[in-house]
Design a protein around this ligand. Structure first.
Ligand code: UD1
Length: 358
């Protein structure tokens, strides 16, 4: 059987790396890696391939930035050509970015089976482009690989038949376990010492595209900086909105490579973020995570892990950050099957599927 694996944006690369390895371990060679080029900078894409030992993509569309419709449409046109030429038996998509829905939709309309890795996550916030991508991708996928039992329940509630749902665990955590030793062997940036700094990431359009919202969040960050140094690797979307924001205790940096970022988070006191994946990584690392959003598609990280949904009110963010500084790490446990073997389970399932009749 021929598999076509899709990656497009930064949060996809750590999810496909263990899948590529698991296919190789099973000696399955009929695998094509497509990079849509949704993310294209060295810092947002290339360093992830080298850090995670992902082979050069077989095909790179280089679609780049644009409106959602432009980006999604360009990927669909290019991906349709690839599917017609290469005739895969399965298209495997991961996560919830525009590349995910674009390739799932294209494949499905050509009658190619689609597997979605990280299915069933729901924020119930339809103003998030990712929520639309998740719901649409799940609705048309043939196999839905989930990271936790709450995701299974979401899918069942939407009428997805049991036979399509496979609870396998979390491929992003496979990568974390595989790389953690290398990551913490790297030196920390100058002036930072273990347990004595916080990490900040901020890129969600709802937080950074509105000047009022962003200035409130940055006000809260300034207060946090008065008590602990903060390091802020800045996403390109956010950089253009910062307008010279500075604080003597804040280090503004370029995006970090996968290994440097993991090493940074693993040795931090706590993390302030609006990312999705970081909520999961901190849960496994036992690092407190303050998520500056009103909802999360990953509630298991609040239930079992170290994640706290603190919203976007500056006063509350400040209070919660100070509480973490004063009271230390919350108790946590690691969700079921986040054990470093999710990709093996996925590949085993896929290779056991019947080839389609000619
Ligand atoms: C995308 C994903 C989001 C994910 C995030 C992680 C969608 C809908 N959103 O959001 O789920 O959490 O990636 O990074 O797919 N840019 C660069 N260099 C790059 C990539 C982007 O400069 O390599 C700039 C673009 O020009 C654009 C901005 O960053 O101005 C946003 O990029 P885009 O891919 O549209 O969305 P993200 O906000 O990164």
């Amino acid at each position: 059987m021929r598999f076509l694996l899709v990656a497009g944006a930064r949060p996809n690369f750590m999810k496909i790396a263990p899948l590529m390895k698991a296919f190789r371990r099973r000696d399955h060679r009929d695998l094509i890696l497509v990079h849509t080029g949704q993310h294209y900078d060295r810092g947002m894409s290339d360093t992830f391939f080298s850090d995670l030992d992902i082979p050069e993509p077989d095909i790179n569309f280089g679609v780049g930035s644009g409106t959602h419709a432009q980006q999604t449409a360009r990927i669909m046109v290019d991906f349709e050509n690839v599917c017609i030429q290469r005739r895969p038996d399965w298209v495997v998509v991961v996560g919830d970015v525009n590349s995910t829905i674009a390739c799932a939709l294209t494949a499905k309309k050509l009658g190619i089976r689609v597997a979605h890795v990280e299915a069933g996550l729901r924020s119930r916030d339809m103003s998030m482009p990712e929520e639309i991508n998740r719901i649409c991708t799940d609705a048309i996928s043939d196999l839905l690989f989930t990271t936790d039992r709450l995701a299974d329940e979401n899918l069942r509630r939407e009428g997805v038949p049991e036979s399509k749902i496979r609870f396998v665990g979390n491929t992003m955590i496979d990568t974390l376990f595989a790389q953690l030793d290398r990551a913490i062997a790297l030196p920390l940036p100058a002036d930072l010492s273990e347990g004595q700094y916080a990490v900040l990431t901020l890129h969600r359009p709802s937080n950074v595209d509105s000047p009022e919202m962003l200035s409130g969040l940055l006000g809260a960050i300034s207060s946090v900086c008065s008590r602990i140094p903060v390091i802020f690797p800045v996403h390109p979307r956010t950089r253009s909105h910062l307008n010279g924001f500075a604080h003597p205790n804040l280090t503004i940096a370029e995006p970090f490579s996968y290994l440097s970022f993991l090493g940074l988070v693993a040795r931090s006191r706590f993390v302030l973020t609006d990312s999705g994946g970081i909520q999961e990584e901190t849960t496994v690392l036992g690092i407190p995570c303050l998520t500056m959003r009103l909802n999360t598609e990953r509630p298991i990280t609040c239930e079992l892990g170290t994640n706290m949904l603190v919203g976007t009110d500056p006063k509350r963010i400040r209070e919660m950050a100070f509480a973490v500084l004063d009271h230390g790490r919350p108790r946590h446990c690691i969700p079921d099957k986040w054990d470093g073997h999710a990709a093996e389970r996925i590949v085993e399932t896929l290779l056991d599927e019947d080839p389609l009749p000619c």
